[in-house]
Design a protein around this ligand. Sequence first.
Ligand SMILES: C[S@@+](CC[C@H](N)C(=O)[O-])C[C@H]1O[C@@H](n2cnc3c(N)ncnc32)[C@H](O)[C@@H]1O
Length: 420
Amino acid sequence: MTGALYSSTRSNEVDMETNDCSTKDKINTLSTVHALQDDLAHNDLVYVTLPQSPSPNTKLADDPDGWTQCLLRRPALNNILSTPDFPIRPQCPPDVCFQIRPSQHGLGMFATRDLSMGEHILTERPLTVTPTTIPMPNLAKSLVRLGLTDEQRSQAILDQWESAFLRPCFESLDAETQAAFLDLANSHSKDGSGPILGVIRTNGFEVAGVVDPEPNGEYAAVCKIMCRINHSCSPSADRLFDIPSFSFQLRATRDIKEGDEIFVSYCNVLEPAADRQEYLASYGITCACTSCKPDTTASDRRRLALRASIDAIDEDFDIWMADPLLADDYTINISLRWITVIEQEALEASDAYRHHLHAIVRAYVALGDGEYAAKYGRILGLWALGQSGKEDMLRRMESLEYLRGRPDWGMRVCVDHEEE
Ligand SMILES: C[S@@+](CC[C@H](N)C(=O)[O-])C[C@H]1O[C@@H](n2cnc3c(N)ncnc32)[C@H](O)[C@@H]1O
């Protein structure tokens, strides 16, 4: 999902639970048991509840803030514990402005009133946070020595991932929460993944900021409500993770009308449609949104050009600042044209929107035009609010005092708005 986590793993036909006794016996040899123990030690994982649950008898449903059962490596845990203010209470939106109900793709989230860009839709602590990959080099070597086929080895690894690593985390949830977890969508029920891994692979999304220093050191979060949000390549909302409150915030990335389905993106929306489809296949999704419908040529061209346009922004700005013969609105018009493309593709959630809004604000600042700098600054601030949950950027970007204090303020003559 935004930074989706699990690339497709090979599906395989070997069923370890049925009649392949010789394989099972081989895998249960002492050498593989020792190898797995070495891998458990090698991964230096800790099962931990964050923040601590109020008391052992409290059920998750009884606590408005909730808590998360985590499987973390020590560096990630230490980073969380040393984050200033951790653990604070999550900040919740003022009302419930959505409904989970049937959609075109199973359940989905729908707005129950009009929502504006940047608006806070939901705060939620994950049920679980677990590593996206768990290296098992010792077990893998041991399985090779047993002469198993590739499929048998990958199945054995998936089984151990489920039983030795994920199950203890899952079993620390209360019975009601376990049922809610297993009730989530599972598009990996036939590829050898166990039921817990299947739910994590279908629903897990990136926990920004919780990461190990080693490669592939990311984590996947599963949430009871947020995991009901479907994917679109032109999303209308985004999730952000706040470590101090150990919670996700969902915010609108553009205006959403009452009754509209709310979508996030599970993939990089600036990639061409074919690459997005390949990635989304691991979620069991064949995306049929407007930009994925045949023919995708025009949409692909716009998205690729949009991605490339980001790199040209600084150079264009420097050329404009150095050349008084260029029109005052030279870079503003370039970015406004790209914003039209962004609106055409409904890509307000993408980073390209921020870059072009910023370019426009910067140009109006250089022109000493406070009114227009603040107008676009406000949109940029709302975008940042949608991505960070922090109001301070919005306050700053719409403040004339702040804009007038920028080092580039008034470097060029003001553009004549009469012509616009
Ligand atoms: C995280 S869940 C989303 C909620 C899900 N619809 C449910 O009923 O719980 C992901 C699953 O929803 C479905 N899904 C989400 N977005 C989709 C889309 N754009 N097209 C088709 N299926 C989609 C796929 O089955 C996918 O594996």
